[in-house]
Ligand binder design. Structure first.
Ligand code: HMG
Ligand code: NDP
Length: 440
């Protein structure tokens, strides 16, 4: 990135872009330039497929026959650790970006999202089978732990030079003849899967020799519980009041009841967590990260006690405010993987002003807490259908052939009628087309 662009990005800007959602994609890009979020050529590069082409795709995965697009939107109103952030989200489901923006606006009233994180530790597992004497094997590994870590770091010169490297060796007993060795590695801005998988393969013969065991699998774990992110928000109860629900305290209490439901019932907790992953995954997809890895880790973490539980906790604060907390493993990257091959990924990271992998984890987790709050607020008041379906109506309108301003007109009428069937959309579209022709 050129110095003038770095300067541009350092300028303090607001993430509150009033009326943004009523603009066209082109005028939104112009707005981003005017409000100094993007340089003109960067905004222009967002249009269409954003520079992603068949050659990029062919270098990325196998047997490519074409490209498959997804929308790239921006969630607004985010203040993360005191800094205004735009949050890039790529997702196929309507209402998620609106929901994130809405909840972020509520959270901003309490000071925004306070985010902290663990060091970016990714863990390799080496399975050792048929170990003849478990206790002796464990002792041998523990006695050699410093030496083994030094050997590991010997293979990780570049990673150590940037402040990462192997940090700890852990031995776990799985059954009477099976051990698993965990090598915890700080992989800095990389997710570190390829790095630690390679390390595990290199270390395995030595670990087998020390224990007398036979090498089994050598692979990272996606239960990245040494790489967690923690987010906290405070929403004044008054901010929760909305049309038809003037008592913010009652809305807060309804959200607390929804939280209790998720804590008592895994069937509900899964859906509650889907609302969290709405935000997290959309950010990860926009930023070219491995969302399957994060999904797998998130759900395993939610079930760590043996019972599947919500990833977020909503409580009442001392002054009657609503306090929200999210704690989850979140292994992100700003280098490696798709960041190398997808031109849109670097742009998304710049838009969000992401400075490191852990910073990206913080932004994604803030988005997750926001989408969870928006869903709980909607569910606890008017129900999910009103807001969600009103936005879904735009998709129905487009499906039946509405274009340009007719998309909004048809969608608005469907939402007013609370009918979202394509047949009705078709009728409305025909009426509106006739009306337009008559007016000419
Ligand atoms: C959809 C809203 C936000 C409307 O909510 P509303 O109160 O009708 O919105 P509003 O018109 O008062 O606007 C409030 C703010 O929302 C945003 N907003 C409003 N409209 C738009 C739009 N068109 N495009 C972009 N942003 C929009 C925007 O930030 C706006 O602020 P402003 O800029 O005006 O100051 C609300 O109803 C909501 O948050 N609903 C929840 C939607 C949701 O969770 N969708 C996910 C699908 S359901 C699901 O997958 C998860 C679930 C529900 O199962 C999880 C669970 O069970 O826990
Ligand atoms: N179970 C799973 O989750 C699995 C996931 N994967 C996939 O692996 C990929 C991620 O692996 P990963 O090892 O992260 O990616 P890559 O191998 O693509 O790239 C990471 C490398 O980038 C280099 N690098 C440059 N700058 C930095 C920096 N600032 N911080 C850290 N590293 C830097 C490092 O190499 P150097 O130190 O040599 O410079 C690092 O090892 C994803 O595509 C994922 O989908 C693969 C297998 C299994």
């Amino acid at each position: 990135m050129s110095d003038d662009k770095v300067q541009t990005l350092k300028v303090k800007r607001s993430s509150r872009l009033s009326g943004f959602y009523r603009q066209t994609p082109e005028s939104r890009r112009t707005r981003l330039v005017e409000s100094r979020w993007l340089a003109p050529e960067e905004a222009e590069a967002c249009a269409g497929l954003g520079g992603f082409d068949e050659a990029c795709a062919d270098a990325m995965v196998e047997n490519v026959i074409g490209l498959h697009g997804l929308p790239l939107g921006l969630a607004l109103n985010f203040v993360v650790n005191g800094q205004d952030r735009l949050v890039p989200m790529s997702v196929e489901e309507p209402s998620i970006i609106a929901a994130a923006s809405y909840a972020a606006r509520l959270c901003a009233e309490g000071g925004g999202f306070a985010v902290t994180w663990d060091e970016p530790i990714t863990t390799a597992q080496v399975q050792l089978l048929d170990v003849p004497a478990l206790t002796a094997a464990e002792m041998a590994l523990r006695a050699r732990s410093a030496e083994l870590l030094a050997e590991a770091n010997g293979c990780l010169g570049a990673m150590c030079a940037r402040g990462g490297g192997a940090r700890e060796l852990e031995v776990r007993v799985l059954d009477a003849t099976t051990l698993v060795v965990h090598v915890h590695v700080d992989t800095r801005d990389a997710m570190g899967a390829n790095l630690v998988n390679g390390l595990a393969e290199r270390m395995a013969p030595r670990l087998a020799a020390l224990t007398g065991g036979r090498v089994g699998l050598k692979i990272l774990t996606n239960l990245a519980d040494r790489r967690k992110v923690y987010v906290r928000v405070t929403v004044p109860s008054a901010a929760l009041a909305s049309e038809g629900f003037p008592d913010g305290t009652a809305v807060r209490d309804a959200i607390l009841e929804a939280q209790l439901f998720a804590e008592m019932d895994p069937y509900r907790a899964v859906t509650h967590n889907k609302g969290v992953m709405n935000g997290v995954d959309a950010v990860l997809v926009a930023c070219g990260n491995d969302w399957r890895a994060v999904e797998a880790g998130a759900h395993a973490y939610a079930a760590r006690s043996g019972v599947y539980r919500p990833l977020t906790a909503w409580k009442q604060g001392p002054a009657g405010e609503l306090v929200g907390l999210l704690e989850m493993p979140l292994a992100t990257s700003t280098v490696g993987g798709a960041a190398r091959t997808h031109p849109g990924v670097q742009r998304a990271l710049k838009l969000a002003q992401v400075t490191s992998a852990v910073d990206l984890a913080g932004v994604a987790a803030a988005a997750g807490l926001a989408t969870n709050l928006a869903a709980l607020k909607a569910l606890s008041t008017e129900g999910i259908q009103k807001g969600h379906m009103a936005l879904h109506a735009r998709r129905v309108a487009a499906e039946v052939g509405a274009q340009g301003e007719l998309v909004e007109i048809v969608a608005e009428r469907l939402a007013r009628e609370r009918v979202y069937r394509p047949e009705r959309a078709r009728e409305i579209l025909a009426e509106e087309v006739r009306r337009k022709e008559a007016a000419r």
